[in-house]
Design a protein around this ligand. Sequence first.
Ligand SMILES: [Zn+2]
Length: 248
Amino acid sequence: MAPLTPHWKQPSHPDIQDVVINEQEFTSKSLSKVSLPPFGLYAKMDFPPCTLADKPTYATVQIDQDKHLNLNSDLLYINHSCEPSLIFDTANLNILAGPNGLKAGEELTFFYPSSEWSMDQPFDCLCGKPTCRGRIAGAKDMSKEQLEGLWINGHIHKLLELKAAEDAKLSGNGNHFVKADRRATEDPTAQALRDALKHAEKVVEAAQLALHSYIESAGSGYNGASASRRGPTSRELSGEMGGDTVLA
Ligand SMILES: [Zn+2]
């Protein structure tokens, strides 16, 4: 985001945010002064300093289908990235660490189309990430694939669903109408945490499988007596027999 003349007292978030202005290049960025676990609360979008706005500007964040928020603070210096470090959870007015957590010194970024439907000032993203989406103009101009894998606010899911319904109607393709996305009606924070849980469950499952096959292969090298003793133990560990198996 281009530097702007702040009308608030700076720094507005001295304990958590370091704003770096490059006067030669007319650019700015923000670095974190804190470390947080995944989905930890970084900052609140509070009233004040936030005020409501009825249309998007370079200084607003969209919080509902037709509601925007003037941040009126240094939080405005948080740049876009296609692989962001932060989540702007606009339904709960929370700014959260992303799924990988946040480290002190890391650049503070969020994925603008996660809250913005149609941006006042589109731009070509130069984040340089392998998953860079290129032109960033808001979620309205992005495909489902381009938004995949990123945390997206509920109002954007709703607007995407309305647009899909409209597109289906226009193409006379009513029979292939896209089924209502469950995410559109669910609290996005709950959804993000559910995704994190699903991921954690997969890690546990993979570790169990690895342990199981390790014990199996280690067992095959031993004599019959120890292998038969090891057998039930490994099945028990992998959960096949429940936790209450009594070994003879
Ligand atoms: Zn990018």
